[in-house]
Design a protein around this ligand. Structure first.
Ligand SMILES: [Zn+2]
Length: 254
C-alpha cells in the first residue's frame, strides 16, 4: 500500500509524504519548508529516501538542500529543468518510472505552469501529484508555457482513470470555485462542491485531494472543450486551447 500524509505548510501549500507500507520506503513530494516535513517524519519514525519535485518554484524546491543534508534523500526532478532543481540526482521525463519501495510512479511531462513541470502518477495507489498544474476546481497560472501546451498537459491528466485522486500543491479551492461559478453558474455538481468545500474549510479540513471524476464535472479549465464554457468566453466554436487561454486570463484578474 501507499500511505499518503498531507502536510499543510504556510497559508495554503501542501507537501506530501508517500510511504510504501511494505518496505517502509518514504518519498516526499515537493519541499516548501523543511521544518514541518522533518517534524512529520520524526513523529512517525520515518526516514526520507526520496524527494520528488514537480517544478522549480521556491515553494516547491525551497527545502531541497536542507532535506538532502539532514536525511540523505535522493532528489528526483524534471529533465527539462535540471538547473533549477537544487540538489537533483535523477532527471526524469515522460514515461519514466520512479520506484518508491514496491510502489511505482509514472512521470507525466505536463508543461504550461512552468516549462519543465512534471507530475507523478502512482498507478496502484490511484493517486497523482499534480503540483501547480491542476488544483481542485482550478489550475496554476501560465507562467512559462502556452495554452496549447497546458491543454495537452491537461489531456494527459484527463486520460487517467476517473477514480484517480488528484493531490495538488495548494488549498485554493474556495476561490477557485467562486471563479468557476462565475463562468459555469448552472453546473449543479459545482454548486454541490461549493457547499461541501465550505463545510470542510470551516473546520480547517483540506478539500484536497479530489478525484479526476470530480474535476471532469466541475473544473472549468478541464471543460474548455464544452460548449457552455466556450459560450461563457464569447467564443462559441473556438478550439479548446484558445478558450483555455481566455479562461486563464480572466482568472488572472478575477
Ligand atoms: Zn508553481
Amino acid at each position: 500500500m501507499l500511505e499518503i500524509l498531507q502536510i499543510p505548510v504556510w497559508r495554503d501549500n501542501y507537501a506530501y509524504l508517500a510511504r510504501c507500507t511494505a518496505t517502509d520506503t518514504v518519498a516526499c513530494v515537493d519541499s516548501p519548508e523543511a521544518g514541518p516535513i522533518l517534524e512529520a517524519l520524526a513523529e512517525r519514525g520515518w526516514s526520507l529516501d526520496l524527494l520528488l519535485n514537480t517544478h522549480h518554484h521556491p515553494d516547491h524546491i525551497g527545502a531541497n538542500k536542507v532535506l538532502k543534508e539532514k536525511t540523505g534523500c535522493r532528489i528526483v526532478g524534471s529533465c527539462h529543468d535540471p538547473e533549477r532543481i537544487p540538489g537533483i540526482d535523477r532527471q526524469v521525463d515522460e514515461g519514466d518510472v520512479v520506484q518508491v519501495g514496491e510502489q511505482h510512479a509514472r512521470v507525466l511531462f505536463i508543461p504550461g505552469h512552468t516549462r519543465g513541470h512534471i507530475a507523478y502518477h502512482f498507478e496502484q495507489a490511484q493517486a497523482v501529484f499534480s503540483g501547480d498544474t491542476l488544483f481542485v476546481a482550478g489550475c496554476g497560472r501560465l507562467f512559462e508555457g502556452t495554452a496549447e501546451q497546458l491543454w495537452s498537459s491537461f489531456q494527459k491528466l484527463m486520460a487517467l482513470p476517473p477514480e484517480t485522486k488528484i493531490y495538488g500543491a495548494h488549498e485554493y479551492t474556495l476561490s477557485n470555485i467562486r471563479f468557476a461559478l462565475s463562468v459555469d453558474p448552472d453546473n449543479l455538481a459545482l454548486r454541490v462542491l461549493e457547499v461541501q468545500a465550505q463545510a470542510l474549510r470551516e473546520t480547517k479540513q483540506p478539500t484536497v485531494p479530489s478525484t479526476l471524476a470530480q474535476e471532469l464535472q466541475t473544473n472549468p479549465f478541464l471543460r474548455v472543450d464544452r460548449s457552455e464554457i466556450a459560450q461563457a468566453m464569447d467564443m462559441p466554436g473556438a478550439p479548446p486551447a484558445q478558450v483555455l487561454a481566455e479562461l486563464r486570463a480572466r482568472k488572472d484578474t478575477f
